[in-house]
Design a protein around this ligand. Structure first.
Ligand SMILES: Cc1cc2nc3c(=O)[nH]c(=O)nc-3n(C[C@H](O)[C@H](O)[C@H](O)COP(=O)(O)O)c2cc1C
Length: 339
């Protein structure tokens, strides 16, 4: 049934349909219809970062940027939901069109640019959720904040979301905020992570609750950068790594050649190899000292298993969910349960 619905939806502009689909999902959930249509939730409890997840398959950041649809999305079978990226102030993001489907490639290119309603709005939506699934909140910087002041934006967001999150993701890898990926490198990274770690310890004291920090990295990194980032993440005592965000690269095998020329981050099936290779290298460099959450190109249960084999403890899906719907989430969760 999802394939039929998808064919219909894909006749329209990608972003318009994205918003429309989330509204329909939310409506059908609110009237109790959604749970009758969806595959059953797979219970396969797993503890990572000291948090118990109902299964190992999460929703990656960016689909529910303002945390408006947590309950409806959680009912799609995810073991955890990551909302955001949220910035201190609301911002419109880049001009439309900024979301493109590469249907024959099972892929998406986006250059959304952190369009979101700001951290206060996100927190007010999170407060209204009824589902108690594990919630990650992904934080970033406003476009207008100079890079040298980026840490202030992360600190503001952290302060606001801390009590509402089960874990917090520090996003320094989106390709659509100018300069953001520079935060992944050198002393600047150490400085950023140290300040955020100190804030975490301060908030832990204040609220008597330890909320783990995860750093989300790009797939477009060379080996020396991977080793360097891993060392800095460990030294700063960050709790987990998310590998990876979308890629700026364009693999030769892409079939939708003209859409592939659009600027933005590529996600979905063509990213799987690049992302999994980076995941493996991080797994070696981190040497099991902290867990890795894998995202990037999961389009089947086998892909999810390969991510775990490559060194991940949990997986996240975004583009595969758009193309295959909730059944993919159930299949991945089942395959990981059986391992
Ligand atoms: C339209 C779109 C928007 C995204 N927005 C964000 C975001 O705001 N923050 C973030 O950390 N990742 C964002 N991502 C990246 C995803 O969370 C994920 O890391 C990436 O797409 C790879 O996973 P996938 O191949 O399963 O989509 C976005 C991805 C897409 C397709």
């Amino acid at each position: 049934m999802y394939t039929f619905i998808r064919h219909l939806l894909f006749l329209f502009d990608a972003e318009t349909i994205h918003v429309f689909s989330l509204k329909i999902l939310s409506f059908t959930h609110s009237i109790g219809l959604l749970r009758l249509l969806l595959p059953r939730h797979i219970d396969a409890p797993i503890t990572v970062m000291g948090i118990e997840f109902s299964n190992a398959v999460g929703l990656a950041a960016g689909l529910d940027k303002n945390a408006k649809y947590i309950d409806a999305l959680a009912s799609c079978g995810f073991g955890f939901i990551e909302v955001g990226t949220v910035t201190p102030l609301a911002q419109a993001g880049n001009d439309r069109p900024r979301l493109f489907r590469l249907v024959s490639d099972n892929a998406i290119i986006n250059r959304m640019g952190f369009n979101n309603d700001g951290v206060a709005a996100l927190v007010s939506h999170v407060r209204q959720r009824k589902n108690n699934c594990v919630l990650g909140i992904n934080i970033g910087k406003n476009k207008t904040t100079p890079l040298e002041n980026a840490v202030d934006d992360y600190l503001i967001c952290m302060q606001e979301v801390y009590v509402h999150a089960d874990y917090i993701t520090i996003n320094i890898s989106s390709p659509n905020t100018p300069g953001l990926r520079e935060l992944q490198h050198g002393e600047g990274l150490t400085d950023l992570l140290t300040q955020l770690k100190n804030k975490q310890l301060e908030l832990n004291q204040q609220y008597k609750r330890y909320v783990p920090l995860a750093v989300k990295i790009a797939p477009d990194l060379i080996d020396e950068e991977i080793t360097d980032i891993a060392q800095r993440v460990l030294s700063a005592q960050i709790d987990a790594l998310i590998a990876t965000n979308t890629t700026n690269s364009r693999p030769d095998k892409l079939l939708c050649k003209s859409v592939a020329e659009e600027t933005g981050g590529l996600s979905g099936a063509p990213v799987f190899d690049i992302s999994t290779s980076v995941l493996k290298k991080f797994a070696d460099a981190l040497d099991n000292k902290i867990p890795i959450i894998a995202a990037g190109g999961i389009s089947s249960a086998e892909d999810a298993v390969k991510k775990i084999q490559a060194g991940a403890s949990l997986v996240q899906v975004y583009t595969g969910f758009i193309y295959s719907g909730p059944t993919l989430i159930q299949q991945c969760a089942l395959a990981l349960k059986k391992r």
